[in-house]
Every structure is written in C-alpha cells, then in structure tokens.
Design a binder for this molecule. Structure first.
Ligand SMILES: Cc1cc2nc3c(=O)[nH]c(=O)nc-3n(C[C@H](O)[C@H](O)[C@H](O)COP(=O)(O)OP(=O)(O)OC[C@H]3O[C@@H](n4cnc5c(N)ncnc54)[C@H](O)[C@@H]3O)c2cc1C
Length: 385
C-alpha cells in the first residue's frame, strides 16, 4: 500500500498543473494516469488560450490564466510555444453578425479588450480568410500554445519538485471510510492519501457516481486535422466562427490545426478504433474549412484524429472541494475550454486540496452540488478555439 498527501487522478493539463502547484509547495503528491500523460483531451485539443467568449463566471479565471501564460515557459523551464496573437471569431452571414456583436458587447462590459471588425479589417488581420466573411470579433490578448509541450513541462516541473507521476495505472474506484475519501483502489493496489483530486476528464463521472455524486456530462466528439508545416500560409490569430463549428490555428511549427463541428458520442469506453472521425465528419469539417480558408486546399494533411469533450449542462467546469465527502476535490467537466485555463485550474485545485478554498475567485458557480437535483438546463457548446 502506497501513501501520499495528495493523489491526483489524470495526467492531462488539469492533473499535471495541479501536481506541479502542489509539489512546489512541498506537498507529497502522486499522480496516477491510466495511459500516458496528455493521452486524452489535453492531447487532442486545438489548444487555444482565450478569454473572449468565456462564461462570465469563468472570465476572472481566464484573465488570471493569461497573466500566468505570459511567463509560464520561463517558470517551468521549457518552451511551451505560447503565442499571444489574438482570437478572430468570424460571422459568416448577417445573422451571425448579431451573435458576434453580442460577444463583443458582453466582452467589453466584462472588461475584455475586444473589437468588432468589418470584413476588410478582419482580412487585414488574417488575409488568408475568405473575402465573403461578414464581420468578426477580435481579442488581441488571446492566443495559443503547444498542448503536448505544456503538459510535459508541467509534469517534468512537478517531478523536479518531488512529485511521483505514475503512468499505466488505472484508478478503479475511490476508497472511502464512511463519507471520507481515503485513497484510491487501482490496477496496482491501494494508494492512501489525505486528499484525492479527480481530474480524469470524461471518465470523472464514473469515479464519482459510486459515491452518489452525479456529474452529468454529455460527451461530444470533435474531429481535428493538422497539415504538414507550411511557409505558404500565415495565420497569426486563432480563428473561430460564431456557430462554433470550426476553429483553426497555426502551430509554432507552422502546420495548420483545424477542427470541425462536435457531435454526440455514445460509444462508452474509448479505444483507438472508435475515437477517430467518421468519413462524414471529415467531409463536413473539410467543406467548412475550405469555405473559410480557401488556401488550405493546397496543403497536405499530416494527421487527423478525433477528440472527446466533457460538456456539463451549463458548459462550465467543476472546481470543488466536495464538503459532503471530506478528502475529495474535483476538477472536471471543462466543456471544451479547459486547456487555456489549465494553469489557473491547477492553482485552484492545489488551494482546495491544501487550504480548502481559493479566496481570489468566486468558486460558487463551479460546485459539484449544482448537479445534485439535475435541474440545470443544457446550454449548447458554442465557443471553441
Ligand atoms: C478537439 C478539441 C479541441 C479543444 N480546443 C480547446 C481550445 O482551443 N482551448 C481550450 O482551452 N480547450 C480546448 N479543448 C478542451 C481542453 O483540451 C480540455 O478541456 C482539457 O485538455 C482537459 O484537460 P483535463 O486534464 O481536465 O482532462 P484530460 O486531458 O482528458 O485528462 C484526463 C486524464 O485522465 C486519465 N484518466 C481517466 N480515467 C482515469 C482513471 N480511472 N485512472 C487513471 N487515469 C485516468 C486519462 O487517460 C487522461 O489522460 C479542446 C478539446 C478537444 C477535444
């Protein structure tokens, strides 16, 4: 039987950032990952880092995250390819102009530096977009980073501070004594801990359900493609659309990564065989992409994949020290935008695990008990990228 102060379940950005924040404070932390780090959402992501279009409850976290991203590579002693070149969200017709104008108004009212651009101004920022775009929002402080490098940087920094990162071990269930969570039972035996942090992405609900704690996520599937590096195509900002059915960015290595519309995914456990995109999804994704970025047609595809998204009914995550179950902290349900706020989710979860709160933020919208009676109406997942 192994003993740690804190066990983190899941080696995505949430778990690795949390392990780093905890180990930096001298906490003895063990992270358990079933596959390898960045095996799921944090490996599949587009990796946009944005505050524009965020839910008002999430905005303070996103703002603080952007402050952290600016020096994150230096802090973790690794290049995470962070680029702060804005987010351009397109309105493709007059109807979408109203949506985009509303995003700008709401952003400005919340203090986010955002402007509405007409078609000509949008094309000055991204000349590669179609000339039939109707308008766009632009947030210059948004950006993107390399997801694999970021998660690796967090994991390595955590290890340098003494964290144990154990891969190839699956947590089968949480161990409890009465209502208290005392550790985890795994494929490698039992690990005891003062606190267990569930950061297991789409698999978080099944770890919480046996404790009578519902986390009613809808799992949606999003197709992704990346071209080989290209000098002939320059896209500075992250690109999105009002409908959420397309987003793209140019990686630091100069490939274009783009995503299509998400669809419900009902396959149960994911395998390499069932998580790829269907031919129909590929067709839709490419058709949309070419309508927005016509020059993409000449580029060669390097890789395609599909990613699962853990979408909560109100499309904001759970960040909570669960009072009904002492010793349990949850960081899950990031609803397609957990990469950008990963650095702050890690700080918050470390604070919840060690001092039970994080007074910098109003965390009341992120409580797990908001789902206790399943009364929250489902909001459509709109903003990606
Ligand atoms: C296609 C796509 C595009 C996206 N675009 C963006 C974007 O532009 N910007 C943005 O901010 N976000 C974006 N997101 C969302 C973002 O990537 C995720 O919210 C974020 O990566 C989630 O990180 P996580 O650490 O919470 O979960 P994950 O990265 O999914 O990590 C969970 C880990 O837990 C492990 N695990 C699960 N169950 C167990 C178990 N029982 N025992 C041990 N280990 C377990 C898994 O193997 C996995 O590695 C996108 C997501 C997708 C799929």
């Amino acid at each position: 039987m192994a003993v740690a102060d804190v066990i983190v379940i899941g080696g995505g950005i949430t778990g690795c950032a949390t392990a780093y924040e905890l180990s930096k404070r001298g906490v003895q932390v063990t992270l358990l990952e079933r596959e390898h780090i960045h095996a799921m959402g944090s490996g599949w992501t587009l990796a946009g880092v944005r505050q524009s279009g965020r839910h008002s409850a999430e905005l303070p976290l996103a703002r603080e995250a952007i402050r952290r991203w600016e020096t994150l590579g230096e802090e973790l002693d690794a290049d995470v390819d962070y680029r702060q070149r804005g987010n351009l969200r397109l309105a493709l017709d007059e109807q979408e102009v109203a949506t985009i104008r509303r995003v700008v108004e709401q952003g400005n009212a919340a203090g986010v530096e955002m402007v509405y651009l007409d078609s000509t101004a949008a094309r000055e920022i991204a000349p590669v977009i179609t000339d039939s775009v109707a308008g766009a929002s632009f947030c210059p402080t948004d950006g993107h980073a390399d997801n694999l490098k970021t998660v690796q940087a967090y994991a390595h920094a955590a290890q340098r501070h003494g964290a144990a990162i154990i891969t190839g071990v699956e947590v089968l269930h949480l161990a409890t004594l009465g209502d208290r969570v005392t550790g985890v039972v795994t494929t490698d035996g039992t690990y005891n801990a003062d606190v267990v942090i569930v950061a297991a992405g789409v698999y978080s609900p099944q770890l919480l359900a046996p404790l009578g704690l519902p986390l009613p996520i809808e799992i949606v599937h999003c197709p992704v493609a990346q071209t080989i590096p290209t000098d002939s195509f320059r896209l500075d900002p992250v690109l999105g659309v009002a409908s959420g059915g397309f987003a793209a960015r140019q990686t630091a290595g100069s490939g274009i990564r783009f995503i299509g519309a998400s669809i419900p995914w009902g396959e149960g456990h994911h395998t390499p065989g069932n998580v790829g995109m269907t031919v129909q999804q590929m067709n839709n994704m490419v058709r949309n992409a070419l309508a927005i970025l016509p020059g993409l047609g000449a580029l060669r595809i390097e890789r395609t994949w599909g990613g699962l998204i853990d979408s909560t009914p109100d499309v904001i995550p759970v960040l909570d020290a669960v009072t009904s179950h002492p010793g349990l902290v949850v960081g899950a349900g990031f609803s397609g935008h957990g990469f950008g706020i990963g650095p702050i989710s890690g700080e918050i979860l470390a604070n919840l695990a060690t001092i039970g709160s994080d007074d910098r933020f109003d965390l009341s919208p992120f409580g797990l008990d908001r789902f206790a009676h399943d009364s929250i109406a489902r909001t459509q997942l709109e903003m990606l990228g």
